[in-house]
Write a protein that binds this ligand. Sequence first.
Ligand code: SF4
Ligand SMILES: [Zn+2]
Length: 133
Amino acid sequence: MKEDWKDQARCKGMPSDLFFGVADEPSQEMLDLCHSCPSFIACYDHAMKHEEYGYWAGTTAKKRRKLRREQGRPMEPLVRSRMPVKGCGTNAGYARHLHRKEPACAECVREHRAYNAEKAARKRANRKARIGL
Ligand code: SF4
Ligand SMILES: [Zn+2]
């Protein structure tokens, strides 16, 4: 079944990393975004059922865990009948996982961290070279 609510989503086309790594207290902007979204109810229902990670419909992962506990509402596994992520196990694969709004696999996370560490080291080296150290 096609999930039409995703087409109406206010967050459609926004970078997925905005929705992952959200602190336990989302910003007012994030809350305003969701509270003005026409897909809010469908998104909330979907997230309560299926999404372990990330910020969805005004809720963080932690908040949804609490709500599920309080409501005695277990998660329902989602059968993802999708193709595997292209380039899984690379930094590009990491970005594709986020784009799909799914948690990145351990290998992609490792590659992403390595990529960031390398980038930071390059920046440090450039800075040193600039000031002649
Ligand atoms: S409620 Fe928020 S997270 Fe859900 S579809 Fe709308 S804008 Fe996106
Ligand atoms: Zn992966």
